[in-house]
Structure formats: C-alpha cells, structure tokens
Design a protein around this ligand. Structure first.
Ligand SMILES: NC(=O)c1ccc[n+]([C@@H]2O[C@H](COP(=O)([O-])OP(=O)(O)OC[C@H]3O[C@@H](n4cnc5c(N)ncnc54)[C@H](O)[C@@H]3O)[C@@H](O)[C@H]2O)c1
Length: 253
C-alpha cells in the first residue's frame, strides 16, 4: 500500500495509460481524482474504483483551459482532502505528413500535449508550494520525445517539449519539495493506438521495433509511473524513464 490515503490526480484518466494509473494507484490505497475531456469515461473509471471499494472522484477536464485546470486541482483537493501526486496523461497525436499538417492540428496537438502538461503542473505545484508540502509530478513523454518517427511532427515536437518541461520544472522545484519526472513509453496498446493493431503487417512492424519483440500493455507503463511517484524513490527527479521494450536502445540489423 505505497500510496495509502495519498491524493493522486490523473489527467486523461478516462482511458488507456491514465486509466491504468488510476486503477493501480487505487489498489495501492490512493484516493484518486480522475480528470478527462470525456466526462463519461472519467466517471466510468471512478465508478470502477468505487466498485472495488476504493475512493475516486471524476472531473470533466480540458487541460488546455486554465479555468478548467484550476477547477480540477482545487476540486480534487477538496474532494480528496489532500493532493500529493499529479500524473499528466492527457494526450493526442496526428498521423499526417509534415507537408500536409494543418496549422489547426499543429496547434491542437501542441496545446493538449505540451500546454496541457504545463497548466496542470503549474496549478498543482503552486498549491503544494503554498502549503509547504511535498509533491510528485509524472509526465507522459514518449520515445518520440527522444527521437523522431515519420508523420508525427507536432506530436514529436510536443513530446520533446514535455521532456524539456520535465527537466526545467525538476530543476526549479526540487528544493521546494517537488519531484518532476517523465516516462517515455514505446508503443502501448490503448484506444489511441488500437487501429495500428488491426493491420497485421503494421502490428508485426510494431513488434519488430521493440527489442522485446512485442508492444506494451498500459499497466506496464502505469507501474513505471507509480515507481517514479513513490517516495521510496525520493531521490529521483528530472529523469526521463524509457519504458520502451528496448526501442531506443538501437536498431536491429
Ligand atoms: N499509447 C501509446 O503507444 C503511447 C506511447 C507513448 C506515449 N503515450 C502518451 O501517453 C498518454 C496517454 O495515452 P493513451 O495511449 O493512454 O491514450 P488514450 O487516448 O487511451 O487516453 C488519452 C486520454 O486523454 C484524454 N484527453 C485528450 N485530450 C484531452 C484534453 N484536452 N483534456 C483532458 N483530457 C484529454 C482523452 O479523452 C483520453 O481519455 C498520452 O500523453 C500519449 O501521448 C502513449
């Protein structure tokens, strides 16, 4: 029970990796605030935690809107009684050539993935610092925060931005009691990526890019996120933890 009675806030908690973070944290005793643009999915995650006798509250959240973010962080603190951990899992991505990428799609991907990591992190950190408490932030970067892949210019740029923001906030906030880390997952099977797996050739290509010869399940990434958030690992900050099955280790010849 590493997170007994801790207040854990998760953006994008209605689906995929964020949902598994909510479930895993609740299993470890956390009280969970589930934030998502899709309120029905946020409520479904929270309801499942309550069904398993945990504590969870759902919030409609638009991570690009400062007012919505403030409502989420303040509402979570009121509902949970305390806030300790923020996991920024809300994210989207495009699949289009850089030549065809529209200005609108570029702006939306950067807004959700990068500004949508900054805004909740700042709101959370301000409350932790004002209260003189400690806190942990874990961001969702990506292997595409460390390298590139075709047809994902905005996504790759946004995730490189998340890596930079993670280091910056870790540096500025370390002596204020806040650790800031990120995970950089390889391909994880979630609603975001589900259509990759419908094409057998593409599914095989995904296996082939990972040294482990498979893709990840969302719980495997959630477990790494909780490792970084765990105060037993309290000397880790500014780290980008690859959870990529060896994708970025090198190319197989
Ligand atoms: N799935 C992968 O292969 C993979 C790999 C590396 C990194 N990631 C990152 O992990 C994170 C989670 O991805 P996932 O695969 O679980 O995706 P997902 O689509 O299953 O879940 C993302 C959630 O974010 C929510 N969301 C989207 N825009 C939002 C907004 N503006 N405000 C609030 N919520 C919003 C969605 O409603 C959804 O519930 C993302 O940041 C993604 O970039 C995923």
């Amino acid at each position: 029970m590493r997170f007994r009675d801790r207040g854990v806030l998760v953006t994008g908690g209605g689906s995929g990796i964020g949902q598994q973070v909510c479930f895993a944290a609740a299993e470890e005793g956390a009280r969970v605030a589930v934030g998502d643009l899709d309120p029905a999915n946020a409520e479904a995650t929270a309801a499942e935690i309550r069904r398993r006798k945990g504590e969870a509250h759902a919030f409609r959240l638009e991570v690009t809107d400062p007012a919505s973010v403030a409502q989420f962080v303040e509402g979570a603190e009121t509902a949970l009684g305390r806030i300790d951990v923020l996991v920024n899992s809300a994210g989207i991505r495009e699949i289009v050539s850089v030549l065809d990428l529209s200005w609108e799609e570029w702006q939306r991907v950067i807004a959700v993935n990068l500004s949508g990591t900054f805004l909740p992190s700042q709101a959370f950190a301000r409350r932790i610092v004002a209260a003189g408490k400690t806190g942990q932030i874990v961001n969702l970067a990506s292997t595409l925060g460390l390298m590139a892949a075709p047809n994902r210019a905005a996504y790759t740029a946004s995730k490189h931005g998340v890596v930079g923001l993670t280091k910056e906030m870790a540096l500025e906030l370390g002596d204020r009691g806040i650790r800031v880390n990120a995970v950089a997952p390889g391909v994880v099977r979630t609603p975001l990526t589900e259509r990759y797996f419908q094409d057998p050739a593409y599914a095989q290509a995904i296996r082939d890019i990972h040294a482990l010869g498979r893709w990840a399940e969302p719980r495997e990434v959630a477990n790494a996120i909780l490792f970084l958030a765990d105060e037993a690992n309290g000397f880790i900050t500014g780290t980008i933890l690859t959870v990529d099955g060896g994708w970025t280790t090198g190319k197989r010849m």
